[in-house]
Ligand binder design. Structure first.
Ligand code: BGC
Ligand code: BGC
Length: 736
């Protein structure tokens, strides 16, 4: 529709119609199976509100959505179509690894492909928009939603944010086939809840917000992300959803976001719980003034805006602007011409969970797994000639998708047992060994799943006994341990990040019988694993690898693919080190190898994490040469090249992620100990070598100075190139 017509449409709409364009309700109001992803607070919408609501969340299915759209448009006075949105986070039905794992691939193309697959499957099912990418920077693994982020680094997160937006939306018009709109979230700072407790207060200095937290949102916006979502938290004591400075001055003016801003689930009403509005009417006014366009799942907007207008408490232009942005989005998606977009049940059959999509999910999953330890080169295992017992609650479990796979189905998942069988392993046996969790207290589980786990808890002694017999009788034991997916994700903060006690007991007892232990971890966050390392010869962090998880794990365990994943988040030694992240700051009393009392250190634990950001082993060996600089002086408009030679000195082909870090030695404000500024994933045959070159420019060295100007300050810099963030391979250069 032409812009002129869209404006005419707006001016022709009644006040009620306008206000309800801003209302979003769950699919529950259209059919009973809608997925619930927030507190079901009986928002209690009236039929006439639902009849005019501008968008719906959490339902999918071509025929269903076509039916709902038809019925809706018959009642809609201007035949304005509904927008269908849902949380498609790491896949629609073909589930890719969780985003934290995708970050570990250090290969944004994987995320782009995953987003393309997700967009295609979603689009044919009738969806128009996904609430992804979630680009919140994370430094605290107690927070369950670290699984939804690509990790602790602003640069890495930015690369993935951009890739995901491109994957969902494509490079052209949103109306193109198989593309859906993206929604960058949660703006802003939601990844930093104090003490890792979900929905808790966020305290960030503006400098930290601007330097570390905003870049990934900015990358999504620069990639053309159509929509953004407010965060639940307060920032500087102001709930984001009511924060006019954050949403108007920063998001729209400073960062250039022009799209639709949606509240998170019930976040407008929650302004009241934060103690910043007295009631729904005030909450509605604050959110609208802050520039929040869509009200997800509350009656704040639809029951109060009219009154606010009548009492002259808000300007009608505020309402018109918000409604117009929603209409523009619908128009960009081509919904006025074709309200069903790509919804098509025949396409659903061809596209969803296709062989091709499964293949891509498997290729992605193998890239995301991180080999943490491999003593005596126990891995890779042999398909023939080794008797292998696979033991543990994840051995044959379909719990490999992560909680944000709302349309994923457990029956589609290739379990480890199935993956190993498909791989043609001659002598393998499989045992559960222990329940996946021994305390179900606060876990929200489907009743079937709950029953199964309860049965395992009751039978735990027998499960253990049977597993130990198998361990005694085998050459190798592969233990598949970890979390249940319900232990990570939204509203799943934990204070104890160890494996479940019954899993640890299983590990301990197996160790007494057979020390050839390979542990595969399946979990949604960095766990505390010193005990696991001590008792295992090899540890593979497989995260929650998705629909093809079992096949991908077999690919890695048996050496069909050499692992190449690198941690996107530091692994702490103990919960007491949290928050712990590599790009932290120097102090006035740095340790620097000294053994004295009055230094910035713990008396009961090293400062260093168990594994640093960027860490991960391979089945082959790589040598990285010292760094060569094309010039030691960088001028403001110039470039210098930093290069290393990398050689695969081992016996297998494999990929290495070469990482570039920079440290600004002296600044007008204290600068991080090092910052990731580039990475390249290089694949080499055994014996092969390659030159890796990075361009260094002053634009990479900018930060917010002591007057909050974004500048590169002259001075000396250290430049590191290596295989993880703790590398000591460095040279110095000067900026004039
Ligand atoms: C989450 C969002 C999500 C929304 C809709 C909220 O609880 O914080 O990330 O997009 O629900 O499901
Ligand atoms: C302490 C001060 C103390 C000073 C002199 C410093 O290390 O931080 O509290 O007054 O030494 O003893």
């Amino acid at each position: 529709m032409e812009e002129r017509k869209l404006k005419e449409l707006l001016s022709d709409m009644s006040i009620e119609e306008k206000i309800d364009q801003l209302l979003q309700v769950t699919g529950y109001y259209f059919e009973e199976e809608g997925v619930v992803t927030g507190p079901n607070n009986q928002a209690g919408f009236m039929q006439q509100e639902v009849d005019l609501a501008g968008s719906v969340l959490g339902i999918a299915g071509a025929d269903k959505l076509i039916g709902i759209q038809k019925k809706y448009m018959e009642k809609q006075p201007h035949r304005i179509p509904l927008l269908f949105m849902a949380d498609i986070i790491n896949g629609f039905r073909t589930i890719f690894p969780i985003p934290l794992a995708q970050g570990c691939s250090f290969d944004p193309e994987i995320a782009k492909t995953g987003a393309e697959v997700a967009a295609k499957e979603s689009a044919v099912s009738g969806l128009h928009l996904t609430f992804s990418p979630m680009v919140d920077l994370v430094r605290d693994p107690r927070w369950g939603r670290v699984m939804e982020s690509t990790g602790e680094d602003p640069y890495l997160n930015s690369e993935f944010a951009r890739a995901m937006v491109r994957g969902y939306q494509g490079d052209g018009e949103l109306s193109q086939p198989y593309k859906i709109a993206a929604c960058v979230k949660h703006f802003a700072g939601y990844g930093a809840p104090m003490a890792g407790r979900e929905y808790n207060t966020v305290e960030l200095s503006n400098r930290t917000l601007f330097d570390s937290y905003l870049p990934a949102y900015q990358a999504a916006i620069d990639a053309g992300c159509a929509t953004a979502m407010t965060s639940f938290n307060t920032l500087d004591r102001i709930p984001s959803t009511a924060n006019r400075w954050l949403m108007r001055d920063i998001l729209r003016t400073h960062m250039g976001f022009e799209g639709v801003l949606i509240s998170d689930w019930a976040a407008i009403e929650e302004i009241i719980h934060h103690g910043v509005a007295q009631g729904k009417k005030q909450a509605a006014r604050l959110a609208l003034e802050a520039g929040v366009d869509i009200d997800m799942m509350t009656t704040c907007y639809c029951r109060n805006i009219k009154e606010l207008l009548d009492e002259n408490k808000i300007d009608s232009a505020l309402l018109d602007d918000a409604v117009y942005r929603v209409l523009v989005l619908k128009n960009k998606l081509g919904l006025f011409e074709n309200p069903f977009k790509d919804a098509n049940s025949q396409s659903e059959e061809n596209v969803i969970l296709s062989k091709e999509h499964r293949k891509l999910a498997r290729q992605a999953a193998v890239q995301t797994m991180v080999l943490l330890k491999n003593e005596d080169q126990i891995l890779p295992l042999k398909k023939d000639g080794q008797k292998i017992a696979f033991i543990g609650p994840h051995t044959d479990s379909p719990y490999l998708m992560g909680v944000w796979s709302i349309f994923g189905r457990m029956e589609d998942v290739i379990t480890i047992k199935e993956g190993v069988k498909q791989a043609g392993v001659r002598d393998a046996s499989f045992y559960r060994g222990a329940p996946v969790v021994s305390d179900l207290a606060k876990l929200e589980l489907q009743s079937e799943v709950r029953k199964q786990i309860e049965a395992d808890i009751k039978a735990s002694k027998d499960l253990l006994k049977e597993a130990l017999l198998a361990a005694r009788d085998s050459d190798i034991v592969v233990l598949a341990l970890g979390e249940h997916p319900a232990q990570s994700g939204e509203a799943a903060s934990r204070t104890n990040l160890h494996l479940d006690p019954l899993q640890l007991e299983l590990l301990r007892q197996v160790k007494e019988i057979n020390s050839n232990i390979v542990t595969v971890l399946l979990n949604g966050r960095p766990l505390i694993i010193e005990d696991v390392l001590a008792d295992s010869k090899a540890v593979l962090e497989a995260w929650l690898p998705g629909t093809e998880g079992g096949s991908a794990i077999a690919d890695i365990l048996f050496g069909d693919v050499t692992p190449s994943g690198k941690l996107s988040m530091s692994f702490p030694r103990t919960e007491g080190q949290i928050p712990i992240y590599y790009n932290d700051f120097p102090t006035g009393r740095p340790v620097l190898g000294k053994k004295e009392k009055y230094l910035s250190q713990y008396i009961d634990c090293p400062n260093e994490p168990l594994y640093p950001f960027g860490y991960g082993l391979s089945y082959t060996e790589f040598e990285i040469s010292p760094i060569t600089l094309s010039c030691k002086i960088l001028s403001s408009a110039g470039l210098i090249q930093a290069s290393v030679c990398i050689k695969n000195t081992g016996h297998r082909a494999g990929a290495q992620v070469i990482q570039l870090y920079i440290k600004d030695e002296v600044g007008s404000v204290s600068r991080p100990n090092r910052e990731l500024k580039g990475f390249q994933k290089i694949y080499l045959e055994s014996g092969e070598e390659a030159e890796v070159v990075f361009d260094i420019s002053t634009s990479m060295l900018k930060f917010y100075d002591n007057t909050m100007q974004y500048v590169c300050e002259p001075g000396t810099f250290k430049l590191f190139i290596g295989a993880d963030s703790s590398t000591e391979n460095f040279v110095s250069f000067t900026v004039e």
